[in-house]
Design a protein around this ligand. Structure first.
Ligand code: ZN
Length: 188
């Protein structure tokens, strides 16, 4: 297991469409493990493959007790609307209120390729929508009004200077502690 570098806004891969995952290999499992480690280290609640420079249509999510590997996801039900603050590991220090569906049901495959459905409301719903956007080259700032997007981009121009290679390299050492083996697997 290892930490992966996070691509920040400006890196072209964040704007590319991902490719459907067809093979559920040990390599894919390793990528997912590394993505969980990276997300934990960066203190995020979700991380999508393009953020670590990959083209696979997959993301990892951890909200409260819900820890999910979301592969080839589709939103099969969406309803309501709710505004809430979002940030992104690919745009450190930038936060803005984003309108999202208040409830979604997502159909996705797990790491073994088994299809499942998960309902997302509140933070989990927001996080699933944010990650699925990443898998189609979209970032949360795309969903802001023009004025708010411009304000966020101005802030980002300052922040961006910290990442000359458009990569966010997480410090080594102090790896996330081992997870409780009893953490329930809440996917359905
Ligand atoms: Zn993000």
């Amino acid at each position: 297991m290892s930490l992966l570098d996070i691509h920040v806004l400006g890196s072209p891969i964040l704007r590319q469409e991902t490719e459907r995952v067809e093979q559920f290999t040990p390599e894919l499992r390793r990528l997912v493990d590394d993505m969980f480690d990276t997300m934990d280290k960066a203190k995020g609640v979700g991380l999508a493959a393009p953020q670590v420079g990959r083209r696979e249509r997959l993301a990892v999510v951890e909200v409260d007790e819900t820890r999910l590997v979301v592969i080839n996801p589709e939103i099969i039900l969406k309803e309501g609307s709710v505004r809430g603050e979002e940030g992104c590991l690919s745009m450190p220090e930038i936060y803005a209120d984003v309108d999202r569906f208040s409830r979604v049901i997502v159909r996705a495959q797990d790491i073994d390729g088994v299809w499942y459905e998960v309902e997302g409301t509140e933070l989990l719903g927001r996080c699933l929508q944010h990650e699925i956007d990443h898998l189609h080259g979209r970032l949360f700032t795309d969903r802001l009004s023009l004025l708010k997007r411009r304000a966020a981009m101005r802030e980002w121009e300052y922040e961006k200077a910290k990442y000359p290679k458009l990569l966010r390299v997480l410090p080594v050492g102090d790896l996330p502690k081992e997870r409780d083996a009893n953490t329930p697997d809440t996917k359905t």
